[in-house]
Design a protein around this ligand. Structure first.
Ligand SMILES: NC(=O)c1ccc[n+]([C@@H]2O[C@H](COP(=O)([O-])OP(=O)(O)OC[C@H]3O[C@@H](n4cnc5c(N)ncnc54)[C@H](O)[C@@H]3O)[C@@H](O)[C@H]2O)c1
Length: 351
């Protein structure tokens, strides 16, 4: 298959590119390398893939890469609420306008399948167990951009291009473009670097998934043309934040949990997710455990493959701040971006 990975040099995209190339697919990656030092993806990406350093809001570039593609996968955007809060207009352009623009282009070019990377963050805070039919409850900019994109993509693709939305659990584990800012990777790298695991309360429930499992699900979804909405993870990996801290403490020698205030008010997400739909279609998917991911991250630090976990490149909030300050990324306010921004403002004006 000819697969285009938009935002394909990121944490998940770089791992996906290697996996898809290993399966014999022809992979083209477009990425602006927002978090990388320099403009060379170097060892991040497989040499057999084509790489284009560009902006996902560039309509000419989108037209060029969609031409002749079998599938377009949108992994780009600003990931996580803290980074989105830095600049809401930029977040809306990258997380909402960009995937819609790519979908318009893919549909126009007759691409067969469009895969959108969404997030279980769309569920926000819920009692009981949520599944793909549960009404989303987005709690911030990041989740709102995802919910709105999921709602609008079917109109834009107009049935001509199959749509798959992958709502990922929180991802952990090692990848060529490493992130250390999501909960498991962050707790583990801090535990190795400082011996401490800060924990605020910890009762919030959070589903987890390993990055290697995500890219295997992506390959299955592409090869079997699975469309619709899918929670990506496994029921066994619904954890609490305290669970994660205890697992890290058990694996990183000498590390200790450091209890803080009862709850992290900045992040009210709390949900338990059913992954039954995915497991029914891909039995045994996402079986890598939290322990495996923690061990991988600990090994990265202990073996000095990562020497300073505090570098901004590992943290989307600080990395984006650097990129914005350096003028590497900014809101473009093109007519198309403004149109999508107005839709976003209109959709969430009551929030
Ligand atoms: N990592 C997780 O825990 C997680 C969980 C749920 C959902 N997701 C979703 O998966 C996708 C990938 O996440 P990730 O963890 O790999 O993030 P990431 O930040 O590592 O990767 C995103 C990539 O997109 C690129 N990018 C963003 N906007 C761009 C633009 N306008 N032009 C060019 N390049 C651009 C960045 O340079 C970066 O390489 C995202 O859509 C995210 O919302 C991730």
């Amino acid at each position: 298959m000819r697969v285009v990975l938009l935002g394909g040099a990121g944490y998940i995209g770089s791992a996906a590119s290697h996996h898809l190339v290993s399966l014999g697919h022809h992979v083209t990656i477009v990425d602006g390398l927002i978090y990388n030092r320099g403009d060379d993806p170097g060892r991040l990406l497989p040499s057999a893939a084509s790489f284009i350093n560009g902006d996902l809001r560039d309509p000419d570039l989108l037209a060029r890469v969609c031409d002749g593609a079998d599938a377009v996968v949108h992994l780009g955007g600003i990931v996580g609420e803290p980074a989105c809060q830095l600049d809401e207009e930029l977040a809306v352009e990258l997380n909402y306008a960009a995937p819609l623009l790519a979908a318009e282009t893919a549909a126009g070019a007759g691409v067969g399948q469009y895969v959108f990377f969404s997030s279980c963050s769309v569920y926000g805070k819920h009692e009981g167990t949520v599944d793909e039919d549960t009404e989303p409850n987005p709690l911030g900019i990041y989740a709102r951009t995802k919910v709105l994109a999921e709602r609008r993509l079917p109109d834009v693709l107009a049935g001509a291009t199959g749509l798959t939305s992958l709502r990922l659990a929180t991802v952990h584990g090692s990848s060529p473009r490493q992130r250390l800012d999501s909960v498991v990777n962050s707790m583990t790298s801090r535990a190795v670097a400082t011996g401490r695991i800060p924990l605020n309360g910890g009762s919030q429930r959070r589903p987890l998934v390993h990055v290697g499992d995500v890219v295997r699900v992506l390959a299955d979804v592409l090869e079997r043309h699975l469309s619709g909405k899918w929670n990506v993870g496994s029921d066994q990996e619904n954890r609490t934040i305290a669970d994660i801290a205890e697992t890290v403490a058990a694996i990183v020698p000498g590390s200790k949990i450091q209890l803080g205030p009862e709850r992290d008010e900045a992040d009210a997400r709390d949900y338990r997710v059913s992954f039954a739909r995915l497991q029914q279609h891909i039995p045994g998917a996402c079986s890598t455990t939290l322990k495996d991911g923690v061990q991988e991250i600990a090994d990265l630090l202990v073996s000095h493959r990562i020497t300073d976990p505090n570098e901004p490149q590992y943290d989307n909030h600080r990395g984006l701040l650097d990129a914005v300050t350096a003028g590497k990324v900014r809101s473009l306010r093109t007519p198309a971006c403004q149109r999508y921004h107005a839709e976003y403002a209109d959709a969430w004006k009551k929030q």
